[in-house]
Design a protein around this ligand. Structure first.
Ligand code: BDR
Ligand code: CA
Length: 314
């Protein structure tokens, strides 16, 4: 059975990614590695533990990841992240704290390395926040690039503009150096960026379906997503719904046939004026070995169907 690690800055759509994986019986969520981004690291850990408990999966271990990017020594949540995800990251919906604690025998970076050693090609790693944890793992144990099954990231934009600047997507903008290390490492990467995640949208009609299920978990997810849809009405009124960024990356980790991809040796611009842009690396244009597959098409209908069904089952 395929093993999955979710690497999250939990976050409303990160929570939907957890729900999608837990609603997918063909894969096993072996752990969550926490990071910063939509929320501070400690709030993300709190959300990971509380959400997995509420969804009936207290067996999922949560590991402490990096609290800030490779080249900084602190991190502050932006006003726009707090507006989109709420102050607590989960749409300001109240759910009980978990009695559990973050794992204390190892941190996220060591858990990633140990899991690659244990599961090899059966392991898919899914970062839906900044790529700091996986960059550190690749720096500490570079050989894992050849051993891991796949790394499916939610991040970047190739054929469309960014969402925090005309060129940068939020997750990459938090730590451009980390994603550049990942792209250049030679590890197999599938990039699920705004090119496809802004094509998969959820509306109030969909959240109402979950609310009608009537369980505390389904009500929580519906209330949380309504907060997200409302924020999108202000930030991106032209879309007519909220972008299902992180759950689409999770879905691709389960079933790569949901997307069509282009093989490209990608890089991240780390210098201004385009810091945070994801783009092909001119210097590796003629290298026949391509390590990144960039998603440029998505079977929207099939994904949305799977999304509603799998999350409805949790
Ligand atoms: C990404 O940024 C975060 O706000 C979301 O959780 C998602 O991972 C979208 O650009
Ligand atoms: Ca995220």
């Amino acid at each position: 059975m395929k093993k999955i690690i979710l690497d999250l800055d939990t976050g409303i759509d990160d929570t939907l990614a957890i729900s999608y994986i837990l609603g997918s019986p063909e894969v096993e969520l072996i752990g969550i590695t926490s990071t910063y981004g939509n929320v501070l690291l400690d709030q993300g850990i709190r959300n990971d533990l509380a959400v997995t408990d509420l969804l009936g999966h207290p067996e999922v271990p949560v590991y402490r990841g990096e609290p800030h990017s490779l080249e900084t020594d602190s991190f502050a949540v932006s006003d726009i992240s707090a507006f989109i995800h709420g102050k607590n990251g989960i749409g300001d919906v109240d759910i009980p704290d978990s009695p559990r604690k973050v794992e204390n025998d190892m941190n996220a970076v060591d858990f990633i390395i140990a899991s690659v050693k244990k599961y090899g090609k059966d392991l898919t790693f899914v970062p839906t926040g900044p790529e700091t944890n996986i960059a550190k793992a690749l720096q500490k144990a570079p050989e894992i690039k050849d051993e891991i099954g796949n790394i499916v990231i939610m991040g970047g934009a190739l054929t469309v503009c960014g969402n925090v600047s005309p060129w940068a997507e939020a997750n990459i903008s938090q730590d451009p150096e980390a994603c550049d290390i990942l792209f250049r490492s030679g590890a197999p990467v599938t990039m699920v960026g705004l090119d496809v995640t802004l094509q998969t949208l959820m509306t109030y009609k969909d959240s109402e379906q979950w609310r009608r299920i009537g369980t505390p978990a389904a009500k929580f997810l519906a209330d949380m997503v309504d907060f997200y849809i409302k924020a999108y009405e202000t930030t991106s009124p032209h879309l007519g719904g909220c972008g299902l960024h992180d759950p689409l990356a999770a879905a691709v980790a389960v079933d790569p046939t949901l997307i069509t991809t282009l093989p490209i040796n990608m890089q991240v611009d780390t210098e201004e004026p385009t810091r945070g842009r994801t783009i092909g690396d001119n210097a590796r244009l003629n290298d026949p070995a391509k390590t990144v597959k960039v998603a440029v098409g998505v079977d929207k209908e099939r994904f949305l169907n799977e999304f509603m069904t799998r999350i409805g089952n949790v």
